[in-house]
Design a protein around this ligand. Structure first.
Ligand SMILES: Cc1cc2nc3c(=O)[nH]c(=O)nc-3n(C[C@H](O)[C@H](O)[C@H](O)COP(=O)(O)OP(=O)(O)OC[C@H]3O[C@@H](n4cnc5c(N)ncnc54)[C@H](O)[C@@H]3O)c2cc1C
Length: 399
């Protein structure tokens, strides 16, 4: 690196950061070869985790070692990679301070540090609840689901307190409810285990629904009825009594459970919360992000993506897939022409897992509500192929 080399730092070696670092190399290949631009990734882990697979771990359908790869192996060789977590963002000085004590200057910064489950934010939930958003928690839940013979499984979905910001992967609670039904049928205990799915009164823009988008809300009761899955609208989890195994709602209801399968509250990572840039409620830490350019408000050279944004879009890998090219194009355009030129339209796509075998392609953007293709085995095959292989090609920026 010479004094004139422009450094672009990507923070976070998850799906958003990895595909963006790789895409930046493809975009700036000539400049990188000439030493004019350097791409650096900083992550606090040597490993890359395929997070959605944790959902399968909960149903004993994925071995935990299969969802981890060495981060270095996913990065193009031109990327300088340091396993060194960012401790603080020094935006005014255009640099970051890392856990090692080293500081790195940048010309442009991309933040993709994701989010983390925070069940401790609801009284009793950490002690009494289970979830599938991290591997250890999913393994604990898997043990319970493997051994339950009879009783009640109560499902609760918890949104961030910041208005219009969703929980992680909007469709995951539905996917796992349907997987749970099929898994217990396979085990031969479904007729002795009651499943109750609940949803809070306020979910992004909708009220008193079962999901955050209307077309899905409309079809869910028919699907749930056909599988004898009970459902309750307007259950905003307030607190849990771990001894009595009762969940209480803000609306004044209560539900007993043997297993409490919860989508927990989430928050940004400490370094992002401590940056002081977030205007989110409840100290959740979402960074104020321009809807279209994906720049962080208040800075000229910092972009945010994935789960860390405060946008009303799904916190999903299928979101990163559409945000990454916009950020890469905007950085290139700024360096080469002096202005941004790409716009994020809010596009998200996914293949939802509907039960253990079927898959349902879906997509939406800022202007259009969710569009779905019918759930089929072919969709399920596409989802399995994504889980087992295509994901890693997406991370590498190939697909
Ligand atoms: C159970 C489950 C099911 C899901 N299902 C789907 C699905 O079907 N489809 C879909 O599209 N999405 C799904 N998702 C969501 C998807 O996994 C996330 O939206 C996606 O991983 C977000 O990418 P990201 O880059 O923002 O963050 P992450 O992938 O979480 O990566 C964050 C990275 O930042 C690193 N990091 C954290 N703090 C620091 C720091 N201080 N310094 C440096 N590095 C740091 C972490 O180690 C990690 O490498 C699911 C998630 C879960 C948990």
């Amino acid at each position: 690196m010479t004094s004139s080399t422009k450094r672009i730092i990507v923070v976070g070696g998850g799906i958003g950061g990895t595909m963006t670092a790789n895409n930046l190399v493809a975009k700036f290949y000539p400049e990188i070869l000439k030493g004019e631009i350097e791409i650096m990734m900083l992550s606090n882990s040597p490993n890359h985790i395929y997070k959605p697979a944790n959902m399968y771990v909960a149903f004993n359908a994925y071995h935990p070692h299969e969802l981890v790869r060495k981060q270095r192996s996913l990065l193009r060789p031109e990327i300088i990679f340091h396993v060194d977590g960012v401790e603080s963002f020094e935006f005014e000085q255009n640099r970051v301070l890392c856990e090692s004590g080293k500081r790195y200057d940048y010309e442009y910064l991309v933040i993709s540090t994701g989010c983390i489950p925070a069940p401790e934010r609801i009284e009793g939930l950490k002690e009494a609840g289970d979830h599938f958003y991290q591997t250890k928690a999913a393994q604990q839940l898997a043990h319970k689901l493997r051994t339950i013979e009879e009783g009640r499984i109560f499902i609760t979905v918890n949104f961030p307190k910041t208005p219009n910001v969703p929980h992680q992967c909007g469709i995951a609670p539905i996917e796992t409810t349907l997987m749970l039904d099929e898994y217990l049928r396979k085990r031969g205990v479904r007729d002795r285990v009651e499943i109750i799915y609940s949803y809070p009164t306020v979910s992004q823009l909708l009220r008193n629904c079962l999901f955050l988008q209307k077309p899905t809300c409309d079809v869910l009761p028919t699907i749930f009825d056909s599988k004898n899955i009970k459902y309750q609208r307007g259950f905003t989890l307030d607190k849990v009594d771990p001894e009595a195994k009762i969940a209480y709602s803000e609306e004044g209801n209560s539900q007993e459970f043997d297993i409490l399968m919860a989508t927990p509250p989430i928050r940004a990572v400490d370094a992002v919360i401590n940056s002081g840039k977030s205007q989110a409620q409840n100290n959740e830490g979402w960074l104020p992000t321009d809807f279209e350019t994906l720049k962080m408000y208040g800075t000229d050279n910092v972009y945010v993506m994935g789960d860390t944004v405060d946008l009303p879009v799904s916190k999903a890998g299928g979101t990163c897939h559409n945000q990454s090219p916009v950020i890469v194009e905007n950085i290139a355009s700024e360096i080469r022409r002096g202005y941004t030129s790409a716009i994020y339209d809010g596009k998200v796509q996914a293949i939802a897992q509907m039960g253990l075998e079927a898959g349902m392609p879906l997509w939406y953007d800022y202007k259009h509500d969710v569009q779905v293709a019918p759930p089929t085995k072919l969709g399920g095959l596409m989802r399995k192929t994504f889980n087992r292989g295509i994901y890693w090609a997406v991370a590498r920026g190939i697909v």
